[in-house]
Design a binder for this molecule. Structure first.
Ligand code: 5AD
Ligand code: FES
Length: 396
């Protein structure tokens, strides 16, 4: 493909399946750069200059599922299991709210027992009460990432959170190819996975009022460019509000080690292409720069931002918990504390021409439009003309 041909393709108002496959498969650095610039410009045009934080709280690594790709699956007996206390979880959420993060994400392994369900309700109620204030009148926004659940459970958590306008749920479908999905989840056990059931969960979440997030892994052994193109079409069909995608990475504790992993440079480029094409096709959805990008290259998440991401999920876990939550090998920042991650990240984001949307909940604009709600108010200017920061924390 010549640069002229690519420029023509990138100008098309709608991409067809062949176009998508062509863009996903780009490897020439110059052409990839053109795709990156088109996606970055489209992101600015649709969403403005902000990148939003979701402070990630990895509250427990206990899991009843056995997803073969996952380093903390139930059958990995080498992992020491932990669950944070309610006090520890709430403390992290309050820290995030006080430090200008408009929202947090509670993530853990999958459990269906009543004790766990009620524990989450209780955490959500306390987080809401303790984060309400002049900066965040409705409390901190909450994203949940707690696996496949009954609709009734999604409803109970939605009620407990107290801030329905900034309520979100992430449940990646991992791949839209049913055979590949079956391969990823083929370990027999009590909590087996099924692609149609995952889609049904996403529909339940929508009925319960969540902003619905999903996503896939990129570079799964056996996956094709056509599969990834179909994943993007599936995002359209589900009409997702948010997307989280990252490269598939091998992991010592997983059950796919023998199948290997794509060569890291090619894998990173494929993941970045997938982000850019998803932005071009999906418009004003939120797209998160997955931490897995950073596991391949130190500035992988910043590259994700250049290719169209507008969300970053800084890890809020105290250092002592981080080793227990290694979904894949080389997970970055294992030795860092949250304060370090926060300051490091803002510099990284600004180095790529974006600013952090401090104290903004950063709801998906796609969602706000669907609900007929106005766009979130833009905060006052962050910087003086000579580049000094004016105010960091401000009410909106
Ligand atoms: N490589 C990349 N991503 C992974 N995830 C889990 N294991 C891996 C891995 N080995 C991702 C899955 C899951 C999310 C929480 O983490 O996509 O949905
Ligand atoms: Fe349960 Fe990964 S298999 S969190």
């Amino acid at each position: 493909m010549t640069p002229q041909q690519l420029a023509g393709l990138l100008k098309k108002p709608e991409l067809n399946d062949d176009d998508i496959v062509t863009l996903l498969g780009l490897t020439d650095p110059g052409l990839c750069g053109m795709l990156r610039d088109a996606a970055f410009a489209r992101t600015t045009e649709l969403l403005g200059p902000y990148v939003y934080y979701r402070g990630l709280i990895e509250l427990s690594n206990i899991c009843t599922a056995n997803c073969r790709y996952c380093g903390i699956r139930k059958a990995n007996h080498a992992v020491k299991r932990y669950t944070m206390t309610q006090e520890e979880i709430v403390e992290q959420a309050v820290w995030a709210a006080r430090n200008g993060y408009g929202s947090v994400c509670l993530q853990s392994g999958e459990r269906h027992d009543e004790k766990f369900i009620e524990f989450i309700c209780s955490c959500l109620r306390e987080i809401h009460e303790k984060t309400k204030g002049p900066l965040l009148p409705k409390g901190v926004g909450v994203t949940l990432s707690l696996g496949d659940q009954e609709e009734e459970v999604y409803r109970r958590w939605a009620e407990a959170c107290g801030n329905p306008e900034s309520l979100r749920y992430l449940a990646r479908f991992e791949t839209s190819n049913p055979k590949l999905f079956a391969m990823l989840h083929s370990t027999p056990g009590t909590n087996e996975k099924n692609l149609e059931h995952r889609f049904a969960c996403l529909r339940s979440l929508r009925r319960c009022g969540y902003q619905v997030g999903s996503g896939v892994m990129i570079g799964i052994p056996g996956q094709t460019l056509e599969d990834l193109a179909h994943d993007i079409r599936t995002f359209q069909e589900i009409d997702v509000d948010m997307i989280g995608m990252g490269p598939y990475l091998r992991s010592e504790g997983n059950d796919l080690e023998s199948l290997g992993q794509m060569e890291p440079r090619a894998l990173l480029q494929l993941a970045l292409n997938m982000i850019a094409v998803t932005r071009l096709v999906m418009g004003p959805v939120n797209i998160a720069a997955a931490t897995a990008l950073q596991a391949i290259r130190d500035d992988g998440r910043e590259m994700g931002i250049e290719y169209g991401c507008n969300i970053v999920m800084p890890n809020l876990s105290p250092q002592r918990f981080r080793k227990g939550y290694q979904l894949y090998d080389n997970k970055p920042c294992l030795d860092d504390e949250p304060t370090h991650c926060a300051s490091c990240l803002e510099k990284r984001i600004e180095s790529r021409g974006r600013s952090v949307g401090w104290n903004m909940s950063g709801s998906s604009r796609h969602y706000l439009r669907r609900m007929g709600r106005p766009d979130e108010v833009k905060p006052a200017k962050d910087y003086t003309p000579d580049g000094k920061r004016l105010i960091r924390l401000r009410a909106i």
